[in-house]
Structures are given as structure tokens and as C-alpha cells.
Design a protein around this ligand. Sequence first.
Ligand code: IFM
Length: 433
Amino acid sequence: MFLWGTATAGYQIEGAVKDDGRGASVWDTFAHEPGRIRDGHTGDVACDHYHRWPEDVALMADLGVNAYRFSIAWPRVLPQGTGRVEPRGLDFYDRLVDGLLAAGVAPVPTLFHWDLPQALQDMGGWMNRDISYYFADYAAIVAERLADRVPMWITLNEPFVHMAFGYGMGIHAPGQTLLFDALPVAHHQLLGHGLAVQALRAAGARQVLITNNCTPVWPASEEAADLAAADAYDTLHNRLFNDPILLGEYPDLKAIGAMDVVRDGDLAVISAPLDGLGINYYNPTRIGAPTDDGLPFTDHGITGYPTTAFGWPVVPDGLRELLTGLRARYGTALPPVYVTENGCSQDDVPGPDGTIDDQGRIAFLDGHIRAVEQAAAEGVDVRGYFVWSLLDNFEWAEGYHQRFGLVHVDFATQRRTPKASYTWLRDLLATKR
Ligand code: IFM
């Protein structure tokens, strides 16, 4: 059965950051540091999904999706990241899973969507190899509680973005600016993924995936320097995270740095077979030769396409290109693919009658769903498509300024209003059924 879903993440929607014994995460710390988040927004309340989840599940049932990708907040389950388990945190996800199943929506939890317990950050976060093992312990605890009812698990969300934005450039939590010295974060996340796969399977998990953020890389020209820079960027963004999982080896990293934290046996753990590969796609990236800022490439930006409120180019065919490119690179090593995120931000403002006519989002989704269908027609085994996102939510460094939801959220009142794109998708899904 093809999975049609929506996707969200804990810190972006749950709020209730102090409820039921939840510990602090790196995002609580970071968001409260002055100047980190646009207009000082935080995820303290977000969409208050922690209290309003029945309404949100009802919205999904009405939409007609058969799957929901959400994330489990590690600090709700283990407030200090390791050690004492908080049963009330597990109870919340238990209720959510049962609520989803009762509504005919398959729960697809992600175990790590960037909200590392602050106590583990105080030990060095993902720069510290020990965190990989703590992650596997946490995965085991959650799976022992939920694996009887959860059909599909995702270990990590977008380890590239977490490494690059969180540890490389300091745009996301934990706000470190290590540039290429952040490469151990890639390896420790991947090792944590592999160890978690073992833990999940031991606890009876049926299907296990990882979600990578991938981008087709377009060289700025056919000049050798631009081609080499594009290759370096492709290595950093895509292959660094797909190759070890699918091929059991790192790509040649000499253009970007050295991976000197790999120990014997790690790659065998990392490359354990998966039941699928989750892919998050937003846009291609155009890369040219380095300037003098010390990086081995320059992002040239892409012109000539419509853009989202974020300024990201809307290139639906990039999704077809990405999926067929994965198939070409990995061949039979590529498991079934699930598009675990795709969507766009818009400046959605309710009209005088209260409706939100987000035609741009409808065009975006229509184009990208067609691209998935085209990739399938070209031989890619695609088995799911999840819209980012169900709700307008806390968009990290942008706070509440970027609205990605099929459902509008008035953050002053928490009122949910389905947008025109929600109705459009509901009608589409009805025809697909
Ligand atoms: O909101 C994020 C999400 O947390 C991870 N993928 C990209 C989305 C839009 O920026």
C-alpha cells in the first residue's frame, strides 16, 4: 500500500516543554538565547499539539491520509538523555499511537529530529561517540513500548542538516561553528543510526528507515573548477550520508576534510540492511568554484523558477531527478524509497471570510506528486509521500514566520483552519483510493 501522509516534528509542534517531567533539549536552550531565533520565538507553546493531539489526529483522518510521520522527543522519554525513564513521556506517545491507529492512520515515528537532551549536549553532543550508544538505548526503550503497534520506524531526521546547521554553521541548536571540524557529528549520528537499527529489530520493530535530506547538485557551469566544487558539495550533502548506509563505505572526502573517528566495525553496523530510505526534498542546489571564504564551493543560487516564502526555488522535476539519480547511483543497493518530507512555505493570511486560498502550495504539491509518479514510471520503487507539514509550526531559526502547513494555525488562539491545499489534497486522496 502506498503511504500518503503528513509529517511533523516534536519541538516544532508539541509545546508543553515543561509538562510531565520532560527534560530540556538543545532547542530549549538555543531558542532562549537572545538573537538566535527570528523575533525571539521559541517552541515553548508551538501548536500545543501535546494537549490538542486528538484534534490534529481528527484533521488527518478527515484529510484521508493513511500515515503520519511525527517525532518522539528524546527528553520526554529520558529527561537526562540516559538513565531514568519518564513514564509520562512514553504514555503520551502511547496514546498518540493508539489514537492514530483508531483513526486508520499508520504511525511512523522518527526517533531523533534534532532535540537532543541538553544533558547529553553538556557531554559534547554528537561530537562525543558515547551519544551513539545512548541513542540506541533510547531507541530500545521506545520500541519495547510501541513496536507491537508501530509498523515503520525512522531513526534520524536529516543528519546532514543537523551537522551542518547545528554544529558547522551555528544556525541551529546547539549553535556551534566548527565548519568542517563538525564531520564527527556525521559519523556519530550514522553510528547511532546503525546501533538503533539493531536495538529496534531486537525489540520487534517491523520496518526501519533513516531519513536523509537530499538535493540534486547542479554545477554552475561545465568548467572544471565548477564541476569539482559541485562534486565536493554532492559528497558533503548527499553521499556522506547515503554511501555508508547503502554501500558500507564513506565517499572520498578529501575535498572536504577527514573522517578520522571511524573505528573498525563501524561501517558494518551503519550499513545494516534497511526496509526503506526516507528522502526529504525541497529544492536543487547550484554550486560553483570556491571564492575566498575558505569553503571548497560557493552556492550560486537558482534563478528562473518561482520561489517559496523562504526564497527556495520551486523545481518539481528536481524530485524526479533526485529519485532517478539515487536509483542510478545505488542500483539494487537502494531499498524502497519514501519521500518523507516535501512542501513549501507561503505567507498564508486568512481572507476576509477566514479561508486561506494557498494556490501556490496546491501547484507545488501537484507538481511534486507528479514528479514522484514520473520517477516511479522510470523504475524507482517509491512507496510513500509525506507532505511537510500538517500544521503551520515552529520553523527553527525562522520561528513562526515560515508557514508550511496544510492547516493554518493562529498562534494566538491555537485555532486550526484547513487551507485550500488541505481540501485539494483530500480530494486527490479520495480519487487515489
Ligand atoms: O521544518 C523542517 C523540518 O524540520 C526538516 N526538514 C525541512 C523542514 C522545512 O525547513
